[in-house]
Design a protein. Structure first.
Length: 260
């Protein structure tokens, strides 16, 4: 069951969700995206083709042709990495002047049907500026992660919480929603210094804009939604070298933002 805040029936406003795509032609669930936009008004998707080398661009352009106004495509001539695809996509989405913007992983490990839970939190809590999915394995929830990723994730989250001085449970879930205002635009104005853990960097920048790491106002402006459903999806682009590089990237984030 969704958390109590998400059941209050807050109205859905105009939302643009960025979906970064790199070589997703074979696994992008086009029918799931179509079902969602057909059943839910107020949501649009900006599909970012991050220099794919397969037929991803054809798939995305086909989606935009079939449902104009619900899907749009932003294409890069070369691969720039997920962090930059998300950053540029969010800035482009902001130009459409929606009430909210966000990003969602293309593999739909977090089902699109959970997106209204995020927007309802925004509607019910005016003080919240960032809503994040959190993969918490609780009774009655359909959350499945490999044991290795779960335990590595818990260690990583503990380290990040210490660095940011923020009790965050899950920084890396690929489902996040922001109020489309000047705060998020300032957060995104410069390229990220990391390619994989840019989610942590977003939190660090957000905290600095709210008074600094550890400032009590930061925790009140961020809301983690425990997901009712999340599944590991085959074909993940995360590799062993990413896990090895992550501690170094955390140190870079601390050095850049934590000492300000």
């Amino acid at each position: 069951m969704p958390d109590d805040v998400t059941q209050r029936g807050a109205p859905v406003e105009d939302v643009v969700i960025v979906v970064p795509c790199y070589n997703e032609a074979a696994r992008l669930d086009v029918s799931a995206f179509n079902r969602f936009v057909d059943a839910h008004g107020g949501y649009r998707f900006l599909l970012v083709d991050d220099g794919s080398e397969d037929d991803t661009s054809k798939v995305l352009e086909g989606m935009a042709r079939e449902r104009p106004g619900r899907f749009e495509v932003l294409s890069f001539d070369r691969n720039r990495g997920k962090a930059e695809a998300v950053r540029r996509g969010l800035l482009e989405a902001m130009n459409q002047r929606p009430a909210m913007v966000g990003f969602w992983d293309a593999d739909l490990a977090t089902p699109l049907e959970l997106l209204p839970d995020f927007t309802n939190v925004m509607g019910a809590r005016p003080s919240v500026s960032l809503v994040m999915g959190s993969r918490v394995k609780l009774l009655g929830r359909d959350v499945h992660r490999s044991a290795a990723r779960h335990y590595i994730g818990r260690i990583f989250a503990t380290v990040v919480s210490s660095i940011l001085r923020l009790p965050v449970y899950d920084t890396q879930c690929g489902a996040k929603l922001f109020r489309a205002d000047g705060e998020i635009r300032r957060t995104l104005e410069r390229p990220f210094i990391t390619r994989w853990i840019f989610d942590v960097e977003i939190l660090a920048r957000f905290a600095l804009g709210r008074g600094g790491l550890g400032h009590p106002e930061v925790g009140m402006a961020i809301y983690e939604v425990p997901l009712s459903t999340w599944h590991d999806i085959a074909g993940s682009r995360i590799r062993l070298r990413d896990f090895v590089r992550a501690p170094l990237d955390v140190l870079r984030i601390w050095w850049t933002y934590g000492r300000v």
